[in-house]
Structures are given as C-alpha cells and as structure tokens.
Design a protein around this ligand. Structure first.
Ligand code: MN
Ligand code: MN
Length: 390
C-alpha cells in the first residue's frame, strides 16, 4: 500500500515517508494441507518468518486467509476470532511422557513438520459404517468445507490460509499501561503511520507518504516486498500525473531527496533476560518511540546506518513537537541481530532511519508493547510527515 498527501512543493524536491510492513510471523497452510492421522483431521503447515516453534503449541489458533476458486471467485476465511467461533490448536506432549522431548534443545523440541493444526475428529455421518471409505474424519471436514464455503479439496492449491493466535489484543498490566497482541511487529507501527497520515492538518510542504509492504519477515522479497520496484513505479506514476510532469531525472531526484522513517519495531531491555541487553543502550518500555541509528548483526552487517545529519533532523523534529523518544540498540553486540526495510530505500540515496515501538517477546504469538510508546510513534510519524526542512 502506498498512500500520500500531495504537498505544496514539486515531487522532485523529495517525499517524507513513513515505511513499515504488515506481514507477521505465522503458520501457512501447505498446498496439500488436509490429511487424517490417528483418528483426527489435521492441517499441515509451513511456518512463515522467524518463529520459536515451541511457542505455537497448546494455544488457541485462528484461521485467516483467502481461497480463489478455479472460476476466479474469491472466498475470504476468518474462523476463530468471534466469541462463539471454534478455534484450532496444535497439540504438545504431556509432561508425564515428555522426558525425551525435555532433553532436546528448544530449537528441536518442536519441529516445523510437527506444527500440524487439529481441525476435527468426527467421521462423516453417511460414511461412518462404510468399510470402503478410508479417512472418514477428513471426509467429514471436506463435507463441512463444501457445505459452508462451497470449497473443494483442490481449492487449497489456490489459497493463502494463515494460522495465527486467536483473539483480540488486550490491555496488559494492573495499570493497563501495555498491550498484548499478535503481530505488533509491525502492525503497531504500520497503523500508527497510516493514522498519522490521515490526521495531517492542511497541506504539507513535502508530499507525505505512508508505504506498507509485505514479505519483510522473509527478506522483503517477491512482487509485494520492499525489494521490488513497486515503490519506484508508483512514484513514477505520481510524477506522470504531476504538473509539471516528471521524467526519469525527476524520479531519480525525487527518490534521492526523500527522507524516511523506517517504521519498525525494536527490542526492549527485558529484566528477565538482561544477558542479551546492551548496557545503557537498550530502549525501555513506555520511555518513548525508539530511534535506531542502525540495526544489523556481527558489526552492523546488513544495516543501513543513518547519517549524523539526519539523526539531528529527526531529533529536532521530535523535540519541537513534544514527542517522547529514546535511542535503541537491538541487543548485545555479539548476541545476534536483525534488519528492516531501511536498506531497500537507502539504496536510492535517501536518508533513512529506523523508528518504531519497542517490544517484549518480539515474534512470539503474543507480543508486548507500551501504550505510551505506541502513541509516541503516531505523534512522531505525524510530526515527521508534516515537518519543514531547514
Ligand atoms: Mn518488523
Ligand atoms: Mn519481525
């Protein structure tokens, strides 16, 4: 998605962009997902993004997605979010029999191939006594899918079905100061950005843009990822509609003179795991939106390191607008690392810096964010989109 408020100055003078992603770690149904084993029907999945597999068992799950039938008709699926909807689950070994599992590493205790979602257990009524029909429970699920959704088994081949934790975000803490929710990474920033754009007052000096992409969690690849030319093409379309119209030079200038907040989440200092924190340089919860000059791993590898000049500009804009902000490092220097979409925009020569909400339990089924931090992300994005350069 690219949304914009056209500014007073020509596009060639550059855009003010807030860019985030709307995909989140999850379990995707395989193309042939439905099977029966041990008297139950199961959905075979392939996980998407960086998950800790042991976190996805024994909790209520919902099914979201889209099925495109052979005739092109579209079926939207959402099961498990309404209070009276059924939910789904992945089973775990009971502790009584878990001795061998408990001796495995956390990466091996639950495997990717083991993430099979429990879908049903009732044999199809008419087939219950028919010895000719194998997999009667699977048949029962197929009949339900046909009756309720007009869907046949082959339709799974042209579907995108995603298994995610079931239920809404909740207030967290006796003081209700935090939010527990699925997919804060990166919807908490994406939503704040879109709201900030919608709440701009008047016409900004520079064209304000919110850019929300897919596939960030698997490397920003593909036609909908930030490593595609969607953004560049769309800016070219803008320039073709503008007065005066822009050619390729105007496009290059527009991109190079643009500035972006890469609106993505960051890690927080977690008192339960101080051993992975960088002393004095970790963001704390409800201490403001996090500005991260760089990310990366093993010596900033894979990072887009923002310039001191741009850091100063963002700092000035935030301080003048009364935005509560803090700097952040992803964690201990040799502890690991990560990246965002920042580098894919920085390649145009534009100034980019990571700026978003800090999280506990990033990539877990339920992530934790601070309410003040979420509000300050919104306030910071709004000030950045509208600001006048000096
Ligand atoms: Mn992210
Ligand atoms: Mn992520």
């Amino acid at each position: 998605l690219m949304a914009a408020v056209i500014g007073r100055r020509p596009l060639e003078d550059g855009l003010h962009i807030v860019g985030g992603h709307t995909d989140a770690p999850r379990l995707d149904a395989k193309p042939v997902p439905l099977y029966q084993d041990g008297g139950v029907a199961l959905l075979d999945t392939h996980y998407y993004g960086g998950i800790k597999k042991y976190q996805w068992v024994a909790l209520p799950l919902a099914l979201h997605g889209v099925v495109i039938r052979q005739d092109g008709s579209r079926l939207a699926i959402c099961i498990g979010e309404a209070a009276d909807d059924p939910v789904f689950a992945i089973t775990d070994i009971l502790p009584h029999l878990g001795k061998d599992q408990a001796a495995k590493t956390m990466a091996e205790g639950i495997t990717g191939e083991g993430l099979n979602v429990l879908l049903g257990s009732l044999p199809a009524a008419a087939a219950a006594d028919d010895p000719e029909v194998k997999d009667k429970v699977k048949l029962g699920i197929l009949r339900l899918l046909e009756e309720r959704y007009g869907m046949v088994e082959e339709d799974f081949a042209s579907a995108e079905l995603e298994v995610v934790p079931a239920g809404p975000a909740r207030e967290l803490g006796l003081d209700r100061s935090m939010l527990l929710g699925y997919g804060h990474d990166d919807r908490i920033c994406a939503y704040a950005g879109l709201r900030a754009l919608g709440d701009l007052e008047g016409t900004p000096e520079h064209t304000a843009v919110v850019l929300l992409c897919d596939k960030e969690e698997i490397g920003s690849v593909g036609a909908t990822g930030m490593d595609s030319v969607f953004f560049e093409n769309t800016v070219a379309e803008f320039l073709a509609l503008a007065r005066p119209r822009g050619g390729d030079l105007a496009l290059r200038r527009c991109l190079e003179r643009s500035r972006m907040l890469s609106a993505d989440v960051n890690a927080l200092h977690d008192p339960n795991y101080p051993e992975v924190s960088s002393p004095n340089n970790m963001a704390q919860i409800n201490a403001g939106v996090v500005v991260a000059k760089y990310t990366g791993a093993r010596g900033k590898s894979g990072s887009s390191d923002a310039s001191a000049e741009f850091m100063a500009e963002v700092r000035r804009v935030f301080n003048e607008a009364g935005v509560v902000w803090q700097t952040g490092e992803l964690g201990k220097v040799d502890g690991g690392g990560g990246g965002t979409i920042a580098m894919f925009l920085a390649r145009y020569g534009m100034d980019v810096v990571d700026c978003g909400v800090g999280l506990f339990s990033m990539h877990a089924p339920w992530e934790v964010a601070g309410k003040l931090d979420a509000y300050m992300a919104y306030k910071g994005y709004r000030a950045f989109l509208a600001h006048t350069r000096r």
